[in-house]
Design a binder for this molecule. Sequence first.
Ligand SMILES: NC(=O)c1ccc[n+]([C@@H]2O[C@H](COP(=O)([O-])OP(=O)(O)OC[C@H]3O[C@@H](n4cnc5c(N)ncnc54)[C@H](O)[C@@H]3O)[C@@H](O)[C@H]2O)c1
Length: 268
Amino acid sequence: MIDLSNKNALVTGAALGIGKGISKVLAEQGANVVVSDIDLEGAQRTSEEIVKSGGQSQSACLDVTSPDAAQSLLSDLLEQLGQIDIVVNNAGVVGADGWWERKVPSEDDWDTVLAINLRGVVNVSLAVEGSMKERKQGKIINIASIASRQGSPSIPHYNASKAGVVSWTQSHALQLAPYQINVNAICPGLLWTPLFEHLIGRPDFLDNQALEGLTGRQRFEKIIELGTPMQKEQTPEDIGKLAAFLASDDAHNITGQAINVDGGRRMN
Ligand SMILES: NC(=O)c1ccc[n+]([C@@H]2O[C@H](COP(=O)([O-])OP(=O)(O)OC[C@H]3O[C@@H](n4cnc5c(N)ncnc54)[C@H](O)[C@@H]3O)[C@@H](O)[C@H]2O)c1
């Protein structure tokens, strides 16, 4: 069994979707979880659910695009909790507001995606690394995507940002290896979260006759049927379980890796 008791974890973008699932699983394994999001009310709801089911949690507002905000939250948490043992950089988007209505990503879509998905990971990682280096321990887990593994004609900005997360994970793992700090990435496959509900609604997404006339959820299931060898969707809890393992002492010799949780959709 994974034991994360006496560990403090910070999860970004954890109001809903994958971040929420990761927060719940880390708390179930005993961690005290700081649920953060740009949407403070959503973060508070996730945190309250964790506490109601017997876990330890608190919430915080964090826009990951701001290095100052990341630094300030980390300073407050370190003062209050003494240490942050685990960071899960999960916050991610596919574009600026209304991106799902644009066939071609706008300049704003590119900037927003890079600012949140890539710079956001870097901002929070740099804000926490100093305290982890002092203690010569810590686990940083970056949520990339199977979109890191291959380009796409419809959301190239998203794929580029996620490939950047894998590259940054390797660089940061090399920088922090001398301090016994592990930095890894998880590449989730297909999850029915608000992000994917928008993605599937785009008329040009995976232009395929087999998807014509289907509802969003039916299209999602068809895409899995057509390209996921294990023929099933992934859940936030699936991602949380790998995050919990990578956050545990058992994973002390794993660093700089990007691991797919995708029912075999990508194999690399
Ligand atoms: N859903 C999928 O199939 C899938 C697959 C692979 C990877 N991912 C990745 O997993 C992560 C979570 O995705 P999801 O599907 O749960 O998305 P989601 O849209 O359901 O949730 C994203 C969360 O991030 C928050 N957020 C947005 N901008 C933020 C900012 N600037 N600062 C802090 N928080 C911010 C949102 O408020 C929201 O709570 C993302 O990095 C996404 O790219 C998702």
